[in-house]
Design a protein around this ligand. Structure first.
Ligand SMILES: [Zn+2]
Length: 480
């Protein structure tokens, strides 16, 4: 295959073992750089994934369930319906709680801006200002000394991805096996076990560019053979994922009452009306990390081969191939970024606590470095060279949720969300050309079970409400 990589473009090398006859990748052999990229998919919030799916790459744009329409409705939502100006950005380019782990990836496809931290100008210019050693994540609040937080700096890159740099890994086409290529399980024994050493077995080296990584993410979400699809130039075999009903307990305190508008003859939900809690619930899906969703949906999630990737990492017993236990946990139990604290009641994903320490270099060292301030996850004790700073206790930017209330919002079956009005509802009914006597309204109260079920349906179908709330419709169907 022709390799179009230009000399300046960054790439990661990958060795493929292919079957020339069937034009299939049997497996790949990769080092840390590639496996880290694959792992990082699990840390990405759904909003980031939705954005990347729309990116043009070899594969073209790909839609997954209702994810694109949900994302697009936030793009289209007028800012006056949102509590603060920054919310839109926080939803369209959501924060990844493992940003520090992903910032050192050789090819990072998430082009969101890294989190900026701020110190006050007084702190920056005067080393005598001992009382204010504050670091803030926002310029909105003032430092305890009264100055504004207006000098920005970034997190020191201290995490080096997820897996060990000395290990090599064997990855099967369906991502179900990501196994360390150790003495106990060599490539050769894998070949032998699979009975695939034939005359058509060939080795092939490929350079994986950023564009290929975007393709790989797309294919991993819809296909059971992402490596073949991306590297042997096949169109991804999009599997219509089966929607499986979730049986989660309604254990949480969420109780949201909504009004469904149902088409009796078809038994489907056309749209739902609800207040801001309902809109917030649906919009919050964009903030959840992929790995966290797979963890919560468990066996019910069925997107391409990404669930297999999750499983293969979760079930790998050989922890020594990860740089730390923490690194592995970031993949199998990823946290919500601390900005989205209020969303943790919707989907029980823990939010990240900021266990970071800020430092600045003491006076005598300060002018030797252009970057005297940094923030890290470890205590620094270096002979008085650094002085510790305090993370300013910022108020949460999303404490009241995303959309403003009190007002009613409308969500269609494929999760196009917007402010509701009698006109918007009647326009929708007219457009769908549905006779009024075929419509029925029904008020229902939804809890955790329904939230998870809508989320699952949103990822696997274009009828998030009908599939997710199907169990609440039986009564209506009996009445007809
Ligand atoms: Zn200050």
């Amino acid at each position: 295959m022709a390799d179009n990589t230009t000399q300046t473009e960054e790439y990661v090398q990958l060795k493929l073992v292919i079957n020339e006859e069937s034009n299939k990748v049997l497996f790949a052999e990769a080092g840390k750089d590639f496996v880290d990229i694959l792992c990082s998919f699990l840390t990405m919030p759904l909003g980031t994934i939705a954005r990347l799916l729309q990116k043009d790459s070899n594969m073209g744009q790909i839609t997954i369930g209702c994810l694109n329409s949900l994302y697009q409705s936030v793009v289209d939502l007028d800012k006056r319906y949102l509590w603060t100006d920054s919310i839109k950005e926080l939803l369209l380019k959501p924060k990844n709680s493992s940003e520090d782990y992903c910032s050192t990836l050789k090819l990072n496809i998430d082009d969101s801006q890294p989190t900026e931290y701020f110190i006050c100008a007084r702190n920056y210019f005067s080393s005598e200002c001992r009382s204010c050693r504050n670091i803030s994540k926002s310029t909105y609040y003032k430092c305890s000394c009264g100055s504004r937080f207006d000098r920005s700096f970034f997190l020191k890159r201290f995490c080096k991805g997820f897996v060990n740099s000395v290990a090599t890994f064997v990855i099967t086409d369906d991502l179900i096996n990501i196994i360390p290529n150790s003495a106990a399980y060599t490539t050769f024994s894998l070949l032998k076990n699979l009975g695939i050493i034939t005359s058509s077995t060939k080795e092939m080296a490929v350079n994986v560019t950023k564009e290929k990584v975007v393709d790989l993410l797309k294919c991993a979400l819809v296909s059971k053979s992402p490596l073949t699809d991306v590297f042997l130039g096949k169109k991804p075999s999009i599997e219509r994922s089966r929607f499986l009903t979730c049986n989660a307990e309604n254990s949480s305190t969420i109780q949201i009452t909504i009004q469904l508008v149902i088409r009796k003859s078809e038994g489907n939900i056309l749209f739902a009306h609800g207040d801001q809690d309902f809109a917030d619930l649906l919009i919050s899906f964009l903030t959840f990390p992929l790995g966290g969703i797979i963890r919560k949906l468990g066996e019910y999630s069925s997107m391409g081969s990404i669930g297999r990737l999750y499983k293969s990492i979760a079930e790998s017993v050989e922890n020594q191939y990860f740089i730390s236990e923490e690194a592995k946990n970031r993949l199998i139990d990823p946290l919500l970024a601390s900005e989205y604290k209020s969303c943790s009641s919707i989907l029980p994903i823990k939010e990240q606590c900021l266990n970071y320490y800020g430092y600045y270099q003491s006076e005598s060292y300060r002018y030797r470095s252009n970057d005297p301030f940094f923030i890290t996850d470890k205590h620094y004790k270096d002979g008085g060279r650094y002085e510790e700073m305090r993370l300013h206790n910022n108020k949460n930017p999303i404490k009241e949720g995303f959309v403003k209330g009190p007002r009613t919002y409308l969500a269609t079956d494929d999760l196009v969300i917007g402010p509701a009005s009698p006109i918007s509802a009647s326009l929708l009914i007219n457009r769908l050309q549905i006779p009024v006597d075929d419509l029925k309204e029904k008020n229902v109260t939804i809890g955790m079970k329904e939230c998870l079920s809508i989320l699952n349906a949103a990822l696997t179908s274009t009828s998030a409400l009908t599939n997710g709330l199907g169990h609440l419709l039986s009564e209506v169907m009996e009445e007809k």
